[in-house]
Design a protein around this ligand. Structure first.
Ligand code: G3H
Ligand code: 13P
Ligand code: ZN
Ligand code: NA
Length: 283
């Protein structure tokens, strides 16, 4: 059975590592994530973004992940990434997701609290854990001026109040990461992360971790991050292998000969991340 993310993060907190949360929207990447977790003996979270839901649909994703988890000797969670509404959360609960994120970070604080509370009240009775977001993580494409950057960061006092008011199981924080590829090297506000950790009793989540140097990832884990989201680095590895294969053999028309090597490339990058996160060998 699929395991709630909260259960995996509780164990991660005891031992001081982070669990990888990897985005998936097709068969090959689902298989790559579970194969990597098995090879590393690591607990793992598979997550479906808004784009994944549009592309494959909630039911296909849930079915693929359920089959992957059934054959696995490691615990597997299925998580909704950046859930947009209460209705979408309910659709995921019905489809068998073991965890959901509700992203009300664009809302005024009290509205974010109200929406998140409503999601917690629906998910908790059915044993599904809830992640919420406070502060704006955004994408590199948002192009926020450096001086305005911190206005979007998570405020530690507000985070304490938010978690108290909502009862969420984990909190995604904005400390300088962004979705997608970075132009330069990301600079993370570690002092802020530590302050949030001191005030907030639940595990913290780092989004936009593709492209963050390994040493910064390790520092974030030392300071209390317990779930780390990776999407872009998998896409790069997967599509890079597709390109390579097609360059090598432009006549290839068997999708399996193209996507098989792409799946292998995804496995490698996911395994490397798991070693950095410290979750390897924890099962
Ligand atoms: O939410 C974070 C994802 O990396 C964005 O994914 O393009 O599949 O919605 P998407
Ligand atoms: P990256 O694409 O930067 O890895 O971010 C993934 C993410 O945070 C998904 O929620
Ligand atoms: Zn994210
Ligand atoms: Na990123």
């Amino acid at each position: 059975p699929l395991v709630p993310v909260s259960v995996l993060l509780r164990e991660a907190a005891v031992e001081g590592y982070a669990v990888g949360a990897f985005n998936c929207s097709n068969l090959e990447i689902v298989q790559a994530i579970v194969a990597a977790a098995e090879a590393e003996k690591a607990p793992v979270i598979m997550q479906a973004s808004q784009g994944a839901i549009k592309y494959a649909g909630v039911d296909y994703i849930a079915a693929m992940v359920r089959v992957a988890a059934r054959g696995a000797r490691v615990p597997v969670a299925l998580h909704l990434d950046h859930g947009t509404s209460f209705d979408q959360v309910v659709r995921c609960l019905v489809a068998g997701f073991s965890s959901v994120m509700i992203d009300g970070s664009h809302l005024p604080l009290e509205q974010n609290i109200a929406l998140t509370r409503r999601v917690v009240s629906a998910a908790r009775p059915v044993g599904v854990s809830v992640e919420a977001e406070l502060g704006r993580i955004g994408g590199v494409e948002d192009d926020i001026a450096v001086t305005d950057r911190e206005a979007f960061f998570t405020d530690p006092e507000e985070a304490r109040y938010f978690v108290e008011q909502t009862g969420v199981d984990s909190l995604a924080v904005a400390i300088g990461t962004a979705h997608g590829r970075y132009k330069g090297e990301p600079r993370l506000d570690f002092d802020r992360l530590t302050r949030i950790k001191e005030l907030v009793p639940v595990p913290l989540v780092l989004h936009g971790a593709s492209g963050v140097p390994d040493e910064a990832i390790r520092e974030a884990i030392r300071r209390g991050v317990r779930k780390i989201n990776i999407d872009t680095n998998i896409r790069e590895a997967f599509v890079g292998a597709v390109r390579h294969k097609l360059d090598e053999n432009p006549q290839e028309i068997d999708p399996r000969k193209i996507l098989g090597p792409a799946r292998e490339a995804a496995i490698e990058v996911i395994r490397e991340k798991m070693r950095v996160f410290g979750c390897s060998g924890k099962v």
